[in-house]
Design a protein around this ligand. Sequence first.
Ligand code: ATP
Length: 512
Amino acid sequence: MNNEEHFKNVISHSKEYGFIFPSSEIYDGLSAVYDYGSYGVELKNNIRSYWWKSMVQLHENIVGIDSAIFMHPTIWKASGHVDAFNDPLIDNKDSKKRYRADNLIEDYLAKQADKIEKEVDKAKKRFGEKFDEALYRSTNPRIKEIQSGIETVYSRFKKAMEDSDLTELRQLIIDCEIVCPISGTKNWTDVRQFNLMFSTSMGAMEESSNLLYLRPETAQGIFVNFLNVQKTTRMKIPFGIAQTGKAFRNEIVARQFIFRMREFEQMEMQFFVQPGAELEWYEYWKNKRLAWHHSLGFPAAKYRFKDHTKLAHYANAASDIEFEFPFGFKELEGIHSRTDFDLKSHEKYSGKKLQYFDPELNSSYVPYVVETSIGLDRTVLAILSQSLVTEKLEDGTERAVMNIPHFLAPVKVGVLPLVKKDGLPEKAMEIFNSLKWHTYCQYDEKDSIGKRYRRQDAIGTPYCITIDHQTLEDNTVTIRDRDTMKQERVNVAEMENIVMKKVDVTEALKRL
Ligand code: ATP
């Protein structure tokens, strides 16, 4: 199965097994908005809780908040979102499709880089063991030509983005001969800026003075509460404030399933530090956050840092943690050194001081901020696309299995009576009722045992406990492991300990 097929499979599996449904489906859906089904919501809750515990519970100097989605509209003026939260858009006149101009150029650059890798792969095969890759890369004329093309386009692109030069962005699209993937033509409109914030109005009167925005990030709720939180929790700098919640962006091109949604959820933490200490903390949080991703147990090569070339108006350093989704490496989390931009700007617009008195320095200042900002839905997608595999079994059949990290799995234990008679369902319910206090279990007696195992595999349940006739005689059950499909017979009394050790989030947190 190639990547494209795999991605399609992830989308259909997510729907078929109750992870993710298109929003308003019976009305033909709503573009780039999705609903989470019964297993999706469990997975999402588990990820959110793992993030929260790892950030708030494990750090004596990080506390949480939950601020409202509606905020005073001046906040978005102060944060720069009203004036600068724009994406450059371009339309193809033939297909009438709309694209982000920067994405078209980025995709072009990625394709060029792919060409180089293909050349290298071909040469590797041709030359075998004698192949000197570094030498080949630096001397092969074809590779040198592509590389120099990439560098020229990249430096023009970087400058155009820095200068917000829309004419030059369009020119680059023309010069690179980029065609619309739908119509195949180069018939492009001009590039225009498009603000990504959704607006609505508050109260009965639709006047412009009542205009509100749906927050495009959760961070501003943290900034405007900075002093409230610092005073009530008596935090000393350095300290952090964490928040999870919905954010809304009117994305120009919303595609790739839950990767780019118009309503999504963020998990953000703003870390307040002394001015001058921010870059050290930036490095610290970069490493700490990468370690969090690695703790999920997927191959480390699936993650990489990508430092920003175009810094946002508020940042003096920024990097993305990218994940290799089925459609390539893309941003999963951003780590930004936001300087004192936001707090200073809120001081200016609100007329209120947002300063911290530092007893160590015996002076007051506006703190600098390092932010970690991860998309919850993108993390769900990373986990789903990495976990779903179709395995060929020894007997020639196939099984679809979700190798979701045990502690994040929607259902941790399936409790299954071998047959629906002879007192087995009653015994199984007894076991279910004792386990349900500790973890999320599912009781299932419908269909053959083989089919029920497959179902649990398909939703990623790490363990199935099977209650059979022997259980009634000697109080033992079998534990079936999702990944190895091996079964082990254990005493009911031991079973709980064995299973809980493997699915408990505390064990995962200890490994961090
Ligand atoms: P992109 O470049 O992909 O648009 P961004 O740089 O605008 O993302 P940030 O503003 O840094 O994203 O937001 C922090 C995180 O929020 C991102 O790393 C991503 O995981 C998530 N996120 C942002 N936009 C969306 C979206 N439209 N749908 C789902 N998640 C999103």
